[in-house]
Structures are given as structure tokens and as C-alpha cells.
Design a binder for this molecule. Structure first.
Ligand SMILES: Nc1ncnc2c1ncn2[C@@H]1O[C@H](COP(=O)(O)OP(=O)(O)OP(=O)(O)O)[C@@H](O)[C@H]1O
Ligand SMILES: Cc1ncc(C[n+]2csc(CCOP(=O)(O)O)c2C)c(N)n1
Ligand SMILES: [Mg+2]
Length: 324
């Protein structure tokens, strides 16, 4: 199978019609996309590299899902609706079975969000997968990191920490193995390998919420990006953070580390003024997404983590950083 045969067989889908806002997809020098009038184009790129973002033995179907999911999560964090995506692939070999399974995982998620593959690039090399997503958001309504204001409530979708616990189990870390239920690995692994992008919630929040970010590097570190961009600080109430049952038996320090420095969560963290509480609840309901109010934005810079008694907890932020 040559390069063009590979693309034709696995990524061009002649039977699948393109939506009206994609007048031209795979096959020319560029794809053409048409955002609706009054909408802005939202663009984001995320790359997954073998042994850095995923283990070499990961199921190709899960990988196809995850590489698109982490990109869609960035659109969700801006309140954007997906229009389409491009796929840049470096593959060590043209492995038919691997490509079939990868494409299955990829297109299952793409189809669920009506987000077509519109182009890409394919080369031989160490396994490396890069997606660029394109979305649209009504002009002026995108959820930006610099929009948090003192007095805002801080909200979290879903819950954090399970992906990190899965990673530690797969790495064979002693504390994780000793304090996790013996049957937990398959469900925790799904949290690491099959994140669910919160697109419906993000779109329901556009125009409603102040700031938002999706959690890829860890709750505390990613919250830090909002705080820095907005020039504010925050309080996080530990007692309000939802705790996954599989994290309950962890020693306190490791539980805190999973919850706040976990990484790979792909939940949304966002801020909104207190008078938006009813609207936020409605957005959570219509998007069928669990949302918890977990803290507050403050004028004083810095992040304070508070225990159930409202006392500060000693805690150091260690967001994921590829060069630290
Ligand atoms: N090589 C690069 N050239 C230009 N801009 C970049 C480059 N790498 C990252 N950026 C930009 O820097 C910002 C932060 O990038 P980062 O990859 O940390 O995004 P993120 O959403 O915080 O995390 P994630 O990649 O996990 O979604 C983004 O605006 C991104 O577009
Ligand atoms: C094998 C393996 N080792 C480590 C991790 C953890 N990890 C890697 S990159 C990243 C942050 C998001 O990436 P980026 O900032 O590049 O978008 C995290 C939490 C993993 N998932 N798999
Ligand atoms: Mg992001």
C-alpha cells in the first residue's frame, strides 16, 4: 500500500457527504470551510507523541479517539462548535490493521460531532499524530482565559484525577497499586484513553460565562493560566471537588496530587458572576453534563486551596510541563 492508497483507503470517505459549511474537503491543495455569518473561526492544534502522550501498546482505536478528543476539548473550552479537522500523521509503517482500528476510533467521535476530516499530511517516521481543529463561535462570545473577574464563581465539569491514577497504575507506581480497588484499572484506563470533550456544555456556556479553560495539564496549573491571563487570584474549596470512588482510598497527599495536579482530565473549568448561577445550572442540565461550583475568583493574586473548615492547605502546583 503506497501513501496515496493509504489515504484513499483509510481517510477519504466517498460515501460520507460533507456538511454545507465545508464546500471542499480532502483532495485539493487546501480544504475550504465556510463559518456562518457573524461567527469567528476558532483554531487549535494538539499533537500526540508515542511514549510521551501514550504508551506504545495503546489500542489504536483508543488513540484515534483521544487525539481528536483532546482537540475538540480545546474548541469546547472556547464555546465553539466544530466545523472540521485536519490530520497530520507520521507512521513507522503502513500497517493495515492498525490504520483500520485507528480510523474507526477517530471517525466514531468525528461523526458524533458532525466534524469531518477535511485534509492532512502523511509521512513515514516515528509515530506522531497531530490534529488541527476548526470551529466557529459567535463573534464576541468565545470563552477566553483573560475574562475572569474578582467575585466570579469557579465551576468544574465532571471530576478530576482518574486519568492520572490510571497513568500511575500503568507505570506500576507503588502507592497507586496499594490503594486502588483491584478491579478499577479498566474504568480508570478509559478515563485516560477515552476522554469525553465537553462540547455541548462549552457551547451552552458561550456568551454566559466569563473565562474558561480545558484541563489537560492539571486543575491547579490550568487554573493558573486563567489567573495569570485575567490578572486575578482564586480560592478552591477542596470539600466541593467531586471525588471519584476509585480515589477515595488514596493517602491524602496522593489524592490531592491526582485531583489538583493530575493531567489528562479534559474537563472544563470556568468562571461566571454569581447572578449567572441559575443559567449555569440550566446549561449543565441541557448539556447533560455534571457541573460543580468549586471556588471563587479573588482580586488578590495567587491560588489558595481551602479545606472543609475554610483553612488554607499546604499545596504546590505542578502542572504538566514538557521541558521541566
Ligand atoms: N509552537 C508554537 N507556536 C505558536 N504557538 C504555540 C506553539 N505551541 C503552543 N502555542 C500556543 O501557546 C498557547 C498554549 O499552548 P498549549 O499547548 O499549552 O495549549 P493548552 O490548551 O494550554 O494545552 P493543550 O495543548 O494541552 O490543549 C496556545 O495558545 C497555543 O496555540
Ligand atoms: C505515556 C504517558 N506519559 C505521560 C502522560 C501524561 N501527560 C503527557 S502530556 C500531558 C499534558 C497534556 O499534553 P499537552 O500539554 O502536550 O497537550 C500529560 C498529563 C501520558 N498521558 N501518557
Ligand atoms: Mg487547552
Amino acid at each position: 500500500m503506497g501513501e496515496f492508497e493509504l489515504i484513499r483507503r483509510h481517510f477519504q470517505r466517498p460515501g460520507v457527504a460533507l456538511p454545507g459549511n465545508v464546500p471542499l474537503g480532502i483532495g485539493d491543495d487546501c480544504a475550504l470551510l465556510q463559518p456562518a455569518p457573524g461567527f469567528q473561526l476558532a483554531v487549535s492544534t494538539d499533537m500526540l507523541v508515542e511514549s510521551r502522550h501514550f504508551f506504545p501498546d495503546v489500542a489504536p482505536q483508543a488513540l484515534g479517539h483521544k487525539v481528536l478528543a483532546v482537540n475538540l476539548s480545546d474548541l469546547a473550552a472556547m464555546g465553539a462548535r466544530p466545523l472540521g479537522f485536519t490530520l497530520a500523521l507520521a507512521l513507522p509503517a503502513a500497517d493495515e490493521a492498525w490504520l483500520t482500528a485507528f480510523a474507526q476510533g477517530l471517525f466514531a467521535l468525528a461523526d458524533a460531532h458532525a466534524c469531518p476530516l477535511v485534509g492532512g499530511d502523511t509521512t513515514r517516521g516515528p509515530l506522531n499524530i497531530c490534529i488541527t481543529v476548526l470551529g466557529e463561535v459567535r463573534a464576541g462570545q468565545a470563552l477566553r482565559r483573560d475574562a475572569a473577574r474578582a467575585g466570579d464563581d469557579l465551576y468544574l465539569s465532571g471530576r478530576t484525577g482518574e486519568a492520572r491514577l490510571a497513568l500511575e497504575l500503568l507505570l506500576g507506581t507503588g502507592w497507586a497499586i496499594a490503594h486502588t480497588p483491584p478491579d478499577a484499572l479498566p474504568r480508570l484506563r478509559a478515563r485516560l484513553e477515552r476522554p469525553v470533550p465537553r462540547l455541548a456544555l462549552g457551547q451552552a456556556l458561550a456568551g454566559l460565562t466569563h473565562a474558561a479553560i480545558d484541563l489537560s495539564d492539571g486543575l491547579a496549573g490550568d487554573l493558573g493560566h486563567i489567573l495569570q491571563a485575567s490578572g486575578v487570584g482564586a480560592e478552591l474549596a477542596l470539600a466541593e471537588l467531586p471525588l471519584a470512588p476509585d480515589l477515595q482510598a488514596l493517602p491524602e497527599a496522593q489524592r490531592l496530587d491526582c485531583l489538583l495536579n493530575g493531567g489528562d482530565d479534559y474537563e472544563l473549568l470556568f468562571s461566571a458572576p454569581p447572578d449567572a448561577r441559575a443559567a449555569i445550572e440550566a446549561a449543565a442540565r441541557t448539556s447533560q453534563t455534571p457541573v460543580h461550583r468549586v471556588g471563587r475568583i479573588r482580586a488578590e493574586p495567587g491560588l489558595r486551596v481551602l479545606n472543609a473548615a475554610g483553612q488554607p492547605v499546604a499545596f504546590s502546583t505542578r502542572g504538566f510541563d514538557h521541558f521541566k
